[in-house]
Design a protein. Structure first.
Length: 280
């Protein structure tokens, strides 16, 4: 165990302790750090943009639960078949997952472009020119666009997770339900969803923790703009720590984010422990 513990201490414990120390200093990353105590944390709770970033990331997480987890579950149920062509469809829906986040962000930036983007071009082509919008340049739609792209990117990932779980459910349960007169919708809510309960809990946890770590799409598509309406904790940390040379303050923001994510995860896991797996 000594080699593993040594690597863990060097690459995890030491940076963690160092972060706690530097979060209590005024440091630009180059010169000598100056001890300021809890001043960085006091500043963080008076930073309006920092506080608003948690509201934005909360909305983003809700969006991921809808556009990623929910859509992934629906696609898995609809494509849970061995009919010819369904495997190809599953592969097509999964294909965005293999694309890097940065590449996806750049791609969709062009799609949502006001003058040359595909979205506005399609609206004009359908005679709906009045609905064209500067999608990424106004607070009312910018965050929603990032949510939609995130759903396009990761719905296929959750589809595969749910599809694997669906394959474990005995077909005899559906056959018995059919004989009893239950239709597809009744079967979904009475058989499929209860038996996927543990999988849903895991997928929600992945979506929540992944949402707090969201950075790539925000950085490439909006970089927190317009008017800081898409600023999330990680983008604000990067701006404070590197763009503004306030690394001590940026590390303090990172410590706060770590505490928040850990607390949310622990509360969620405590809730999940009370839910017992359904046996079949």
């Amino acid at each position: 165990m000594i080699p593993a513990l040594t690597l863990y201490a060097i690459f995890v414990l030491l940076p963690l302790v160092s972060s706690l120390y530097y979060s209590l200093t005024d440091w630009d990353g180059i010169g000598a750090p100056r001890w300021v105590g809890l001043a960085n944390f006091a500043r963080a709770f008076q930073d309006d943009i920092h506080l608003a970033s948690y509201l934005h990331v909360t909305l983003y997480i809700v969006g991921t639960l809808v556009f990623e987890v929910s859509f992934g579950l629906v696609m898995a149920v609809l494509l849970n078949s061995d009919r010819p062509g369904f495997a190809l469809l599953r592969g097509l829906f999964f294909s965005p997952v293999v694309l890097s986040m940065s590449a996806a962000g750049v791609l969709w930036t062009f799609v949502f472009d006001y003058r040359t983007g595909l979205v506005n071009a399609m609206l004009k082509g359908m005679g709906l020119g009045d609905l064209t919008q500067p999608w990424l340049s106004q607070p009312a739609t910018a965050l929603l666009c990032v949510m939609l792209v995130s759903g396009w990117k990761f719905a296929g990932f959750y589809m595969i997770l749910f599809f694997a779980a669906l394959r474990r459910i005995p077909r005899s349960l559906y056959e018995a339900a059919t004989l009893e007169g239950a239709g597809p919708i009744r079967q979904f809510f009475s058989i499929t969803l209860p038996l996927l309960k543990q999988n849903v809990l895991i997928c929600v946890l992945l979506a929540v923790t992944g949402g707090f770590a969201g950075f790539d799409l925000f950085f490439t598509m909006t970089n927190g703009q317009p008017y800081n309406s898409t600023e999330v904790p990680v983008t604000w940390i990067v701006k404070m720590g590197f763009d503004s040379d306030q690394l001590g303050y940026g590390i303090a923001l990172t410590v706060i984010l770590t505490v928040v994510v850990s607390a949310v995860s622990l509360l969620y896991l405590r809730f999940a422990e009370r839910s017992h797996a359904v046996e079949y």
